[in-house]
Design a protein around this ligand. Structure first.
Ligand code: NI
Length: 151
């Protein structure tokens, strides 16, 4: 554990305090740790160093759109090696919301998510990628997996 002392100008410091309050952080250290982890995680995905990831893909779609539900299911079956689980809810007579839990090679997962989002009738597509390798961003999942290593 290292202790860092940082200097912020007044404006940035009060914006940080405001952000902490809005997000419900009880202390500055945890807020800074989360900001750093998010930035490191996002940049490791962007620059390709996060080779493996877990991800949550969510989207809304119209199940009356021609064959869309079937196409989405086909896409998931085509990627069964990375699709862990799917949750589906019917929002109203036409609209469905789906969340897909994914695990595997980051580039493949991102490509799969883009393919789903690009389907006609899929709206509000969003993916949250969590790197599982980079030590600095060690996630809950990575720690949990490490804790489950039996010797
Ligand atoms: Ni539905």
């Amino acid at each position: 554990m290292q202790r860092l002392t940082i200097s912020l100008d007044d404006e940035l410091a009060s914006a940080f305090e405001e952000l902490m309050q809005r997000k419900g952080y009880a202390n500055r250290s945890e807020a800074v740790r989360d900001l750093l982890r998010r930035e490191l995680g996002e940049s490791s995905v962007a620059n390709g160093t996060a080779k493996q990831c877990v991800a949550v893909l969510s989207y809304v779609y119209d199940h009356h759109e021609r064959r869309l539900a079937e196409r989405l299911t086909d896409l998931q079956h085509d990627h069964h090696d990375m699709t862990m689980s799917t949750m589906h809810a019917h929002l109203d007579h036409e609209t469905c919301i789906e969340t897909v839990f994914l695990k595997g090679q980051t580039t493949k997962i991102v490509a799969f998510a883009e393919a789903i989002k690009a389907e006609t009738g899929v709206r509000h597509g969003n993916i949250h990628v969590v790197p599982v390798e980079a030590p600095a961003t060690r996630s809950y999942v990575a720690r949990k997996n490490a804790a489950h290593t039996h010797r």
